[in-house]
Design a protein. Structure first.
Length: 416
């Protein structure tokens, strides 16, 4: 089976982006399939492909994957208009590739939602089976955050969502809320599979203990780490609110480590300076291996999100699964399926949204009762191993694509 895989923000393991698509593409190849990956240009993707004469596309084979990188620079610092234009340009150029390339099945993953357009077009023009992966519910997520307010744009996003779901032969949702959202907009009987983000245990050997080797972290410090995008959806001002409570309590040994980048990062750093929060330390994004080594030596992983109901069951945060793999207890500040897992498996602490005192008290408890903290860390890693091992999830993904292709192939032969 030849798979055309559309992921605008594809990244390699040597980069600093998520590696879900790389792992899934490699799993397809290991099963004997061929993969052509169509992606855009984003800092931290780890790609190093030679430019072709037009300098608008780079193409090469990386670890068995035929990668087509469309030279469409993208940054989280771009304004909404520029990001939207880049999304549409990627979709349009991917459609062109989908109409020219030879393949047997097209798989497209959001975000953005426009990544589904090449799947829809090739489904209806070329009759190719199409599987669509939903990483965020649109337009619910941007509407809830107030990022998109124009009713015409919201209607268009809702229409595109409906078309993508209805056109796809099968859909993948990354959380229970996403699966329910797809079900609500799809025809009855649509095949929808839950495949959440997962734990890359090859980056996270069993914890040995140690200290984070970062500037500003001293011997004996208790480190709470946040790894990932510093955007509006992450609600990191709530973490700074808790850092203020910790600072006022004179708990100088508790340090907040922020690793990553995003539109909100400059404002967060400015606020930390303005408020005298010298317990907050900010660092640039790190390659996957370095980030794994760093957070494995932390004491607790911070799972923060803006207090928006659409996010409660509608997200599948990479950082949460990295914390599980690292054997870290997770401090979570919003309700939903992630919070329920943390409580059920005793692998961290859940505090209410917008409650910096409760957030700080949870940190005090974790710092003061190391036996409880270490037990939570062991439970976290056990949960990751039993339910979210990336190899297990990749196998489920390949099984789905194979079954969709085989069904479509059998149906085509019947109609001959």
């Amino acid at each position: 089976m030849r798979v055309l895989y559309c992921h605008q923000h594809f990244g390699l393991e040597r980069g600093s982006l998520g590696t879900r698509s790389f792992a899934f593409a490699r799993a397809l190849i290991e099963r004997g399939h061929e993969v052509t990956m169509v992606c855009g240009s984003i800092e931290g993707n780890g790609l190093d492909l030679p430019p072709e004469p037009s300098d608008s596309v780079r193409r090469g084979r990386i670890e068995g994957i035929d990668v087509i990188e469309l030279v469409l620079p993208y940054s989280n610092y771009d304004n909404l208009k520029k990001r939207s234009l880049t999304f549409l340009r990627y979709a349009g150029r991917s459609v062109d590739i989908g109409l020219r390339e030879e393949f047997d099945l097209i798989f497209a993953t959001s975000t953005p939602l426009t990544a589904g357009i090449p799947g829809v077009v090739t489904k209806w023009i070329r009759g190719k089976p199409f599987v669509f992966e939903v990483r965020d519910l649109w337009p619910e997520a941007p509407k809830s955050m107030g990022v998109v307010r124009n009713p015409v744009v919201l209607w268009a996003l809702g229409a595109l969502e409906w078309i993508c779901y209805r056109s796809a032969d099968a859909c993948v949702g990354l959380s229970p809320g996403m699966v329910r959202g797809i079900e609500n907009r799809s025809e009855e009987g649509k095949r929808i599979t839950l495949i959440p983000n997962g734990c890359d245990f090859k980056f996270f050997p069993p914890p040995k203990g140690g200290r984070i080797q970062l500037q500003g972290v001293e011997e004996g410090d208790f480190t709470a780490v946040f790894l990932g995008t510093h955007g509006r959806t992450n609600g990191l001002n709530a973490v700074l609110d808790a850092a203020r409570v910790v600072r006022e309590a004179n708990r100088k040994e508790i340090k907040f480590i922020f690793i990553g980048d995003g539109l909100e990062k400059p404002d967060l750093m400015a606020r930390a300076t303005r408020d005298g929060l010298d317990n907050c330390l900010f660092f640039d994004p790190m390659p996957k291996v370095e980030a794994a080594r760093t957070i494995s030596n932390a004491d607790v992983g911070l799972q923060a999100m803006a207090d928006v109901p659409a996010f409660y069951d509608g997200t599948s945060p990479n950082k949460f699964f990295d914390y599980l793999a690292a054997g870290l207890p997770v401090l979570n500040n919003y309700p939903g399926w992630v919070a329920n897992m943390i409580t059920e498996h005793n692998c961290g602490v859940v505090v209410p949204p917008r409650d910096p005192e409760a957030f700080a008290e949870a940190l005090f408890m974790l710092a003061e009762i190391p036996e409880r903290r270490r037990k939570m860390g062991r439970n976290a890693r056990s949960l990751g191993k039993s339910q979210f091992d990336r190899d297990l999830l990749a196998g489920r993904f390949v099984d789905l694509l194979e079954s969709v292709f085989e069904y479509h192939d059998a149906l085509s032969e019947t109609n001959l």
